[in-house]
Design a protein around this ligand. Structure first.
Ligand SMILES: [Zn+2]
Length: 54
């Protein structure tokens, strides 16, 4: 299975759920970069949220 990654505007490479912060939303949660708080596009954040280092 291909691993999703997202390079944030701050330069952080987000690979795992714990690289992001979950923000509760009225319809669906949004995900933000743990380092800078920039919102991550929903489709890629959804994939990353299922990834854990193991
Ligand atoms: Zn960032």
């Amino acid at each position: 299975m291909a691993q999703a990654t997202h390079t944030c505007v701050c330069g952080a490479v987000l690979r795992f759920k714990q690289d992001m912060e979950k923000q509760p939303g009225s319809v669906s949660p949004t995900w933000r970069c743990k380092d800078c708080g920039t919102q991550i596009p929903g489709t890629v954040a959804e994939k990353i949220s299922h990834q854990h280092p193991s």
